[in-house]
Design a protein around this ligand. Structure first.
Ligand SMILES: Cc1ncc(COP(=O)(O)O)c(C=O)c1O
Length: 392
């Protein structure tokens, strides 16, 4: 058995990132400045988006996106229950109503067929209130964007994508970040690239420039220029904006993480293949899929327990892994099970039966480029042993 604890996630930070941060600190320009600009340009060019805006979190990117699209009180936004709370909190924060739609059983992404049913049925929410779709590319597997974009066109809805897991993912040859109106990415410590905390928003230049103003107090010109020789002290406030800008310290890390992203992805795929090879032979488990029309970002690797073939439930399985020094997580506790959303909207667990059912059998295993081959073997050995011990 493994001697030390294998964390569920750990970032891979190199000397380049460290040296760039030191360089930034020495220049004296530590808030939003030239390195953020460079990071934005390089990110936009990586995913093939015409413009990008760096922010201090993925949540900030989503919040700014909704504000930029003018979504507010009286409006409704359709999203998935199977996501991190912040995808839905931002809808609440702009004063709109989140409308949850259940997921597909294979990818666990929002089910486009059910979106249309929801829009058409207009139970409780008039069709005219629904202003946007907020699909989440869960685990890095893109949502089925063709039907989602077709629905958006049919019902005149904006599409704001939560791409926190989806760098770099592709749908039918196009990078996530180039399909909907705006796409939010996250550079939180566990993500495919990190800036400690950080995020990015991609979209057309007109929207991104509006979002830039929203992200910095609603001030009508680049505030960072105020203090340089190109700048002036004068500004006008045109929106009640946020303070969500990224700093040059964060961008210093991001620039080098982005350079290494392709290599990170090769390693992620290697680990996924190694996991798949063994776990596909265990009848007590279901392994993640990658549909033929997508490129998965493999942010997370989820096994699903076939509970009718095991003597343990998910929580015990996690305890058994912990006992064997393997860190895991669960992505996610569905939104409709959280007290805030239950109290406000009266949700019951079976309102979204697929999300509820799948939640009870998902476990996220460690998957990150820093893992050694031995780490990967240790995870495989621990999972296999638990399955053998507790199978029915
Ligand atoms: C699906 C999803 N959306 C949004 C976020 C928010 O990103 P951040 O932590 O950068 O605010 C996260 C994760 O952390 C996430 O997993």
């Amino acid at each position: 058995m493994r001697k030390d604890f294998l964390p569920f996630s750990s970032p891979l930070i190199g000397e380049e990132e460290i040296n760039e941060v030191v360089d930034t600190l020495r220049t004296g320009w530590i808030t939003t400045g030239p390195k953020v600009k460079r990071f934005e340009e390089e990110f936009a060019s990586y995913v093939g988006s015409p413009a990008a805006l760096a922010l201090n979190s993925g949540t900030a990117a989503l919040h700014v996106a909704l504000a930029t699209q003018g979504i507010g009180p009286g409006d409704a936004v359709i999203t998935t229950p199977m996501t991190f709370c912040s995808s839905v909190h931002v809808i609440e924060q702009v004063g709109a109503r989140p409308v949850l739609v259940d997921i597909e059983p294979d990818t666990l992404n929002i089910d486009p067929a059910k979106i249309e049913k929801m829009v058409k049925s207009a139970i409780r929410i008039p069709q005219s209130a629904i202003k946007a779709l907020l699909p989440v590319h869960l685990y890095g597997h893109p949502c089925d964007m063709d039907p989602i974009m077709a629905l958006a066109q049919k019902y005149n809805l904006r599409v704001i994508e939560d791409g926190a897991h989806a760098l770099p993912a592709k749908y039918k040859g196009n990078f996530i970040g180039t399909i909907g109106d705006l796409t939010a990415f996250s550079f939180y410590a566990t993500k495919n690239i990190t800036t400690g905390e950080g995020g990015m928003l991609t979209g057309i230049p007109e929207m991104i420039e509006k979002a830039r103003i929203w992200s910095l107090h609603g001030m009508s010109q680049d505030a960072w220029r105020r203090y340089s020789d190109e700048g002036s002290w004068y500004y006008e406030v045109i929106y009640p904006g946020f303070k969500y800008n990224m700093s040059d310290i964060q961008a210093s890390i991001g620039i080098h993480q982005l350079k290494r992203l392709s290599k990170f992805q090769v390693r992620r795929r290697e680990i996924v293949q190694r996991y798949n090879k063994t776990f596909s032979r265990l009848e007590e488990l279901e392994i993640p899929i990658e549909r033929p029309e997508v490129e998965h970002a493999w942010h997370l690797y989820i096994i699903r327990l076939k509970l009718d073939r095991l003597k343990v439930i998910r929580n015990q399985f996690i305890e058994e892994l912990k006992f064997r020094n393997i860190g895991t997580s669960v992505h996610f506790i569905p939104i409709h099970l959280h007290p805030y959303y239950q109290n406000k909207y009266g949700f019951k667990p079976d309102d979204f039966p697929i999300a509820y059912r799948e939640y009870q059998r998902i476990i996220s295993l460690p998957l990150y480029p820093k893992m050694t081959d031995q780490d990967v073997e240790d995870v495989i050995e621990a999972v296999t042993e638990i399955v053998r011990r507790f199978h029915l």
